[in-house]
Design a protein around this ligand. Sequence first.
Ligand SMILES: Cc1cc2nc3c(=O)[nH]c(=O)nc-3n(C[C@H](O)[C@H](O)[C@H](O)COP(=O)(O)O)c2cc1C
Length: 156
Amino acid sequence: MVNMSKILIIYHSQGGNNKKMALAVAQGVNSIDGAEAILRPALKATLDDLLSCDGMAIGSPEYFGYMAGAVKDFFDRTYEKARNDKKVFRKPYVVFINAGNDGSGALLSIERICLGYRFKKVFDPIVAKGEITEDVLSRCREMGQTIAAGCASGIY
Ligand SMILES: Cc1cc2nc3c(=O)[nH]c(=O)nc-3n(C[C@H](O)[C@H](O)[C@H](O)COP(=O)(O)O)c2cc1C
């Protein structure tokens, strides 16, 4: 049996916007042969999820000019144990944000922490404002397809 590339999608969403984006990323991942999406609300995602995935997508609303506390909690719980693990070094990642305004605080805070883990960014972040459009969903599917195809073919 072929080894499937696992793409971990961690996200937080109270109102549903980031969840819709996460589901679209997952759809994109699952459309690629040899790849599967592991979808996890950030509060339920574990260190093992992080260590065992081949790539990850991180989704967050902006709260008070920063990422959601639930996403920060995932980083807080995994950072010390993960950052020196060779399975995390240069792990491909992508970010998607849905916020009330420009989402730049959430994006910057996530990217800064990803530098600390030494993840490798492989797709431009998607930052969407408010209600989800078909264009946003289509970009999220493309994001999922891209990271999944890259991981499945070993190009990263
Ligand atoms: C507690 C709280 C704080 C927020 N702070 C910000 C903020 O600083 N900047 C911003 O652009 N939107 C802010 N928002 C709006 C959310 O980012 C926005 O509603 C987003 O679409 C929520 O995503 P969700 O539907 O996935 O929960 C805040 C919302 C909440 C509930």
